[in-house]
Design a protein around this ligand. Structure first.
Ligand code: ZN
Length: 233
């Protein structure tokens, strides 16, 4: 535990950001969350955010004491400009530029800029669940992008932010293992049942790895990570 340290966690309600929230709560005395409503086609991920936090609060009282405000930021412009399968009713496919059309251009760059704008809240550490190991080919999840953002934000705001990415070099199986290290089976079960990854917004069908359509790229990644982790666990 780092005395006096505060962190702001980019928290979407997905598996990765939920694990990052637990990671921050296990380390820092004061933790706040920030989420972005950028016109996602499916509102379910945003609804899962609060449900998961309520579960964390009741299962982990020490963490509950450290967990402060949640900030929801509206960023409608992303959907306006984006042309992406996450904000429009279009099929998942690879776009002409070689990136999947679920890529919301520069989303993490925009999110980190807004997170840094909260610097007057005294939260020096910004935690993001981006990952280069087992990712969907999104260039703004890469370690170099995040390191460049840290430099840009520190210069542009004349601060000393630390951008923390605990999942950067973990695959999805290792992310499940991290959840177990942080909060045991109770945390794994909370994330399994209450976090949401599915691009199709499906929560009617329960699988071993949680709820989802079972067919979209996000479900496929989550399912294979779970199976790999269970096979080795
Ligand atoms: Zn799905």
């Amino acid at each position: 535990m780092r005395a006096g340290e505060g962190a702001l966690v980019l928290y979407s309600g997905g598996q990765d950001s939920a694990t990052c929230l637990a990671w921050a709560l296990s380390r820092y005395e004061r933790v706040e969350t920030i989420g972005f409503d950028y016109g996602q086609r499916h509102r379910v991920e945003l609804e899962c955010r609060a449900d998961l936090v309520a579960g964390l609060r009741s299962a982990f009282p020490d963490w509950s004491r450290r967990l402060g405000d949640d900030h929801m930021v509206r960023l409608d412009a992303i959907a306006q400009l984006g042309q992406t399968a996450l904000t429009q009713d279009i099929a998942f496919r690879m776009a002409e530029d070689g990136l999947p059309n679920t890529f919301v251009p520069g989303r993490n760059i925009i999110f980190l800029s807004f997170a840094a704008a909260a610097y007057r809240r005294g939260l020096r550490r910004i935690v993001a669940g981006v990952c280069e190991t087992d990712y969907s080919g999104y260039p703004d999840c890469r370690d170099d992008t995040i390191k460049a953002m840290q430099v840009a934000l520190n210069l542009g705001l004349d601060r000393r932010f630390v951008l923390e990415t605990p999942l950067m070099w973990r695959d999805k199986a290792q992310t499940w293992e991290l959840a177990r290290e942080l909060g045991g089976d109770a945390l794994v079960e909370l994330i399994r049942m209450r976090s949401h990854s599915c691009y199709a917004g499906e929560r009617a069908h329960e699988h071993a790895w949680g709820f989802g359509c079972g067919a979209c790229p996000a479900c496929a990644l989550r399912a294979s990570g779970w199976e790999t982790w269970r096979a080795g666990a």
